[in-house]
Design a protein around this ligand. Sequence first.
Ligand code: ADP
Length: 610
Amino acid sequence: MSLNLFKKKNDAKQSFFSVFDNNRFFIKMMFSASPSYVIYTALDGVRNELSIFLEHTLLIGYVLEAAEFNYPFKRVGLIILIAVLLISLGMVFTVYAGNYVAEKERPKVREGIKLKLYEKARSVDLECYDNPEFYNELVLSISEVDNRIDRVSAFLRGVCESITVLVTTGIYFLTKDGRSIIFVLVSFILMYIFSLIYNRLNYNAKISKNPHERERDYVKRVFYLNDYAKEVRLNTEVSEVLLQKFENANDEVYRSERRFAGKKFIVDFVRKHIFSNMLGDVFYISYLIYLATVPKTIALSALVILFNSFNRAVYGLKDLTDCYSTAAETGLYVQKIRNFLDYKLKVVSHGDAVPTASAKKVELKNVSFAYSSNPENVIKDISLTINPGEKVALVGYNGAGKTTLVKLLMRLYDVTEGAVLADGIDIRDYNLNKYRDSIGAVFQDFEIFAASITENVIMEQGDKADKDRVDKALKDSGLYDRVLTLKDKSDTQITNEFFDDGVNLSGGENQKLAASRVFYKDNSLMILDEPSSALDPISEYQLNQAMLKATSDKTVIFISHRLSTTRFADRIIMLENGKIVESGSHDELLKQNGKYAAMWKAQAGAYIKV
Ligand code: ADP
């Protein structure tokens, strides 16, 4: 099924083509964020190796040859001067490209790629976030971006360097002794094989550590994040359990490190030392001495430069194989990013209908729904009509399906069977963004953002605010008096995440702030999911009255465990196990003396007199 999006290609062995293609894809992403960064990185790699070739092979070779065959000093001096000038020009280019352009452009590359990923993360179906596998992979992909940009830049530069080394030394070998290339190729093939093994080991080691490292990070966060500080202090047993978890996770990380360390060491040793040293230093030098002394086909000055070039070619190839292993590792990560970016949204607009501003009529026709993680329906064949302007309360015990039902109304998920209609049109036929925009919602697990109070109300940049409407929204939610006590009033920053003088509001105040969003936004359908759960009974009563007043001409669906809140609804719908079991006004349902009445009696004593 589609949620296994990260399984698709990662587990398959990567072909050379997919390694190449994934790196090409990432370089293209970098290029679209900053073309100059990519171009200068590549050119600087070429420049670097051209300079080395010019100095170490051509210049030194020429000087040695001049000494061996007594060339005139003037000619030698002139050639040295030209070479020094060329090398200096190259240095100037490096300072410009490497130190100036790359530093200036790197943040642009990071921002460009991350924005693409965030944009996608924002739009993928909510269903994806219910899937831990998806979530882990997403977090891993995003957290790796900076690292990958550095690695891919190094890769690009490395490839350009290696290719320049191979082309220049290759030409040199062909002019002096073509057979030397065979020595170089043999080393290359052997090192390539071992690099692949090494790369796979590295990746497996990282993947096997990943779940335990995440566990470790979670415990670390619990101990230093403000949000957990109170609970951790009050519940010492929780701390014990977490510390135990931390130790276990550490042990697991250590165990997987140890499992791979030995193998990695041997493979690395063989590829780095045995091949290059054995083949290079022993066999090749013997071969060159033979050429210089027996058939006398090369001069002594050429012997020195050939040996030097051989080492450069071997190390150039070694770098290329190293580049390849980095590229293969990057390929696996990029594949995750590509799978993520390629993820086909399921909840998409099927039409382009635009919702009207007037109160919505909502109809559910034989709606059933199952979460993808569990085939059992949690909403079972519900049919229901909510008239424009009606205030409907959904009640029921935990797990009855209330939140799921409102998520279906908002099209955060699509129904498995049946249809939801708004003003007679299937909600799948609306433009998705416009449809969602037409609904105002406050959830029990609302989030307050590290931004100003005004921005938290309007959910946009502060300068787009209609000040009077913001004040009114804050008054309606009951937060206005508190805002007046703050130094910067509604410009006060919430949380001290970005500003030292930011204010942390209480749970109830935050809830009022979240409710202000609904008062500010002019929506034709309001969904209030436990909007007052953190408030004391009086504030709750006030907030509910304010909400009913502010939404008098809107269709409102609200969920609350506290029946004292829902009793004012025009109609109460009681859900149980994904089905409607009772429906009617508060008084009707009490008369019926069924499940709602039983629930009411259990709660009524708490704070409301009937
Ligand atoms: P309520 O809001 O009435 O407490 P919910 O709609 O949250 O009920 O839950 C209805 C059922 O769906 C429960 O059995 C719950 O465990 C299940 N459920 C809720 N969210 C998910 C999810 N994201 N993935 C799988 N099952 C879920």
